[in-house]
Design a protein around this ligand. Structure first.
Ligand SMILES: Nc1ncnc2c1ncn2[C@@H]1O[C@H](COP(=O)(O)OP(=O)(O)OP(=O)(O)O)[C@@H](O)[C@H]1O
Ligand SMILES: [Mg+2]
Length: 445
């Protein structure tokens, strides 16, 4: 059901037509779950959603919604919303004038913007909004979250249909990020629901999917809402809240961004016992929302690579098949072996290796005819790893589509695209379509 912001002509209509008649039912709330025009702690709130009116009930379950006249500028009401939320210790605040809807998360004395969209886009973003403040998500959490150490949970996760694929090689520059983003786009075009997780502090996937919209670090809106927070908090920061919509391909996909801060926090995160396994639990929470989750990893044998391989079902190892990348395969195998031993301890089956993906391969015809077959044959023979059928050749389009910019006024802004959107008839687009077909066949989605 669509929502038309034009039907709201004043504040009362924003309350009745948008919030009461549309938004709350769409989020799964009934009249018994919320209280309208309620006075608490000296404040009169438009809407308060809470399992009870006991002010000291568990904070994240409480949401304050403030409705404004369609002509009001929402920026002017943010501070007041913060005071309301602070005084009643709510977890979330929603501010809307029907032309725009904003969701904030209250944490450590600050109001963090975590979602916003235009009024006419509310219907398109309902899944995302439900993932943040829907009844099922917030009330469902009133029972304590299950821990990943619990074997039955782990097994339950394995039997569902969402498949997690990590793309990893400890050698840099072999095409991991290029594979993740374009495979994600190719799968999305086959109507699969796709989430990409960037676990590399270089944040190349975050850039390449167009999530970095600031060119001055003072406007960095990723710093407080990225994969680092997901991994640092057991109870808060579900993936559904941190994921952002990326328009780098059509249809859009969701991306959990990374940040340079991952690097300096690696040592601290390493001290937290749950950090190695928390991603398993966070993936478990979104298993009904996506068909495929793709994880981009750093070119390292570090904690973030470890976290990705502990949580994943499948692994793709991109390689340019050159000597250093080949020698690196021994490290990759050793790394997986130690992680499989750990997975055994937590009752998880070994990682399934889909194969080594030949990537950035020279399309020179002599090379393809004489040298490539030998290099492809060497991998199973020397390293006992299977090669994937698809080959991703070196193509200019693949580098160009990530660097695309558009000019707005006198400013040049990054507007990267997937190769399928940038150049749908290209050889590169065809190769990624083949890769998507091969992956779907091998993971049985
Ligand atoms: N098939 C290809 N054809 C042409 N250029 C490519 C191809 N694959 C990757 N590149 C380019 O090579 C560079 C490295 O690729 P990419 O970032 O995907 O590698 P990576 O393995 O993720 O690197 P890192 O280890 O640093 O994360 C990028 O500039 C990318 O645009
Ligand atoms: Mg990369």
């Amino acid at each position: 059901m669509n929502f038309d912001p034009e039907i709201c002509r004043n504040e009362a209509e924003v309350e009745s037509k948008l919030i009461v008649q549309y938004l709350l039912p769409q989020l799964g709330y009934t009249a018994r779950d919320w209280h309208q025009q309620v006075t608490i702690a000296r404040f009169r709130l438009d809407f308060l959603m809470s399992p009870s009116l006991v002010v000291d009930a568990i904070a994240p379950l409480k949401i304050v919604i403030e409705a404004k006249h369609p002509k009001e500028n929402l920026d002017r009401h943010r501070r007041k919303l913060r005071r309301y939320i602070e005084s009643i210790e709510a977890g979330y605040g929603v501010l809307t004038n029907a032309r725009e809807l904003r969701i904030y998360r209250y944490r450590e004395g600050e109001l963090h913007p975590i979602f916003s969209c235009a009024g006419e886009q509310i219907a398109d973003h309902l899944d995302r909004i439900r993932g943040i403040i829907g009844k099922e998500r917030l009330m469902g959490r009133s029972s304590p979250p299950q821990t990943a150490i619990d074997p039955p949970t782990t097994e339950r996760q394995r039997s569902n249909s969402m498949k997690v694929i990590a793309v990893y090689h400890n050698k840099g520059g072999v095409g991991k990020t290029t594979t993740v983003i374009n495979l994600a786009a190719a799968l999305r075009k086959k109507q699969k629901r796709v989430l990409v997780i960037d676990l590399d502090s270089q944040a190349n996937t975050t850039f390449a999917t167009g999530l970095v919209k600031f060119d001055d670090e003072r406007f960095d809106d990723i710093k407080d809402n990225n994969i680092l927070q997901v991994l640092s908090s057991e109870e808060f920061y579900p993936l559904s809240e941190v994921a952002r919509t990326s328009q780098f391909c059509d249809p859009e996909i969701d991306v959990v961004p990374a940040h340079i801060d991952l690097m300096k926090n690696e040592v601290d995160l390493n001290q937290i016992d749950f950090s190695r396994m928390i991603l398993i639990q966070k993936l478990d929470e979104i298993q009904d929302r996506y068909d495929v989750v793709l994880i981009d990893t750093p070119p390292a044998l570090n904690l973030y690579a470890r976290i990705a391989i502990i949580a994943t079902d499948y692994l793709i190892i991109p390689s340019d098949l050159k000597p250093f990348a080949n020698q690196g395969l021994l490290n990759v195998k050793e790394f997986i072996k130690t992680i499989d031993a750990f997975r055994k301890q937590i009752q998880k089956p070994p990682v399934k290796i889909i194969g080594v993906l030949a990537s950035k391969i020279s399309p020179n015809s002599k090379f393809v005819q004489y040298t490539l077959p030998k290099r492809l044959a060497a991998i199973p023979k020397r390293y006992d790893l299977e090669m994937m059928d698809t080959v991703i050749y070196e193509r200019d389009d693949l580098a160009k589509c990530s660097e695309k910019t558009t000019t707005v006024g006198d400013m040049e802004i990054a507007s990267p695209q997937s190769v399928m959107d940038y150049s749908p008839d290209s050889m590169a687009a065809e190769e990624f379509e083949n890769l998507a077909n091969e992956v779907l066949r091998k993971i049985e989605v």
